[in-house]
Design a protein. Structure first.
Length: 108
């Protein structure tokens, strides 16, 4: 039973690393070309996955939103877009409340 659990854990780890290599943008991969990393993870399984996580995977600061970046992995000109204002309910809108009050006065 322990062998089955260990085997499933290694399979899950290998699949995670393989999908991670495949979905990582080419420009953010470190140390080796992406195709070579895919081959290392594919054929060396657990050891290749450990190599990928420690040597090839982009660091947190190197990842670029949307997979688009400069060849060095960092895009210094990218800025976070401004946050949209949260939607307001009608009772928070002073113009709506004034119009409602006018309508109520006209109905009386």
């Amino acid at each position: 039973m322990l062998r089955v659990i260990l085997g499933l854990a290694l399979l899950a780890f290998w699949l995670y690393c393989l999908f991670d290599v495949i979905t990582t943008p080419e420009g953010t991969v470190r140390n080796l070309p992406k195709l070579l990393w895919v081959l290392i993870v594919l054929f060396l399984a657990a050891v290749g996955g450990m190599f990928w996580l420690t040597l090839g995977r982009p660091r947190n600061g190197d990842a670029v939103l949307g997979g688009v970046g400069t060849p060095g992995g960092r895009d210094e000109t990218w800025q976070r877009p401004p946050r949209a204002e949260a939607p307001r309910g009608p009772d928070d809108d002073p113009e709506f409340l004034r119009a409602l009050e006018r309508r109520l006065r006209n109905e009386d």
